[in-house]
Design a protein around this ligand. Structure first.
Ligand code: BTN
Length: 266
């Protein structure tokens, strides 16, 4: 057994104690517009999917990214999936805690393969050496003041090697390590990691998770360039608050930003 397979087995064994096993029910679709939209429309038609159900696409022809962007992924080469979670134990204003848990799960899944260079670019892009290897799009279904469902859209670039000229900042496991990976094994590892981090969150572990998240942040505690209102500035990321705002130190002055207010200069 190679180290990747043995890691899959160990992770699965150590997660069998968890209440919710993400990925017990995996629905694989050959071709779909967006796994997030598919899951959302099934839920709106009252399809009784169990929590932890995974909708996995071989090909996604209208994949959605953050901030209204599209997400393009070569058919059959990558992980493009949505996970149904029902985080009724959190308030809608605590949404960022789930972002943190899912980001940590992806890191936990790929760090054994890629090592310490794996980072979370705030708020939830997955980066390796200044290049994006994955992303997260969480869509919430909230009724009144209650959080009913979270649709956890995850993309992880695995075996795709060419991303087109506009996507110079994209990378994949294969581009980095020059070998193919088994998508089903990776899916199992990812589901096990999501089960674990979700369990930790449910048991009240959000403060610890936020600390771990900060330690994994791209350019944490490192003076870096940012764009604010079109102006390039240098500051240092020092913290992230419970709402997910980024806290940057500009010569001793701490300022909080939400996603639309700041971007990284990479
Ligand atoms: C990002 O912009 O970084 C987030 C990308 C999230 C893409 C995934 S692919 C599976 C799921 N279905 C979608 O339409 N989007 C998410």
């Amino acid at each position: 057994m190679n180290s990747f397979s043995s890691n899959v087995n160990k992770t699965l064994q150590s997660n069998t104690f968890l209440g919710l096993i993400v990925g017990e029910n995996v629905i694989t679709l050959q071709r779909v517009n967006s796994t997030n939209d598919y899951l959302k429309s099934k839920l709106s038609n009252s399809t009784p999917y169990q929590e932890g159900t995974v909708i996995m696409a071989v090909e996604q022809y209208a994949g959605k990214g953050q901030a209204g962007n599209t997400w393009v992924s070569e058919a059959g080469q990558n992980l493009t999936l949505s996970i149904l979670l029902n985080p009724t134990f959190l308030l809608p204003k605590e949404q960022f805690r789930l972002n943190i848990a899912i980001s940590l799960a992806i890191i936990e899944c790929i760090k054994p393969i890629l090592g310490e260079s794996v980072r979370i670019k705030w708020p939830n892009d997955i980066y390796v050496n200044n290049k994006k290897i994955g992303g997260i799009l969480i869509e919430n279904i909230i009724r009144g003041s209650k959080w009913k469902h979270a649709i956890i859209g995850i993309a992880l670039n695995v075996n795709q090697t060419s991303f087109g000229i506009q996507k110079t900042k994209a990378c994949s496991l294969k581009k980095l390590l020059n070998k193919d990976f088994d998508l089903h094994k990776l899916l199992k590892l990812l589901c096990a990691a999501v089960s674990k981090q979700y369990h930790v969150l449910k048991k009240g572990g959000h403060l610890l998770q936020r600390e771990l998240y900060k330690q994994c942040l791209f350019r944490f505690n490192t003076p870096s360039s940012f764009l604010i209102d079109g102006v390039q500035v240098i500051g240092t990321i020092t913290d992230v608050d419970d709402q997910g705002k980024l806290i940057i130190d500009f010569d001793g002055h701490l300022t909080k930003f939400c996603i639309k207010e700041i971007s990284f200069v990479i």
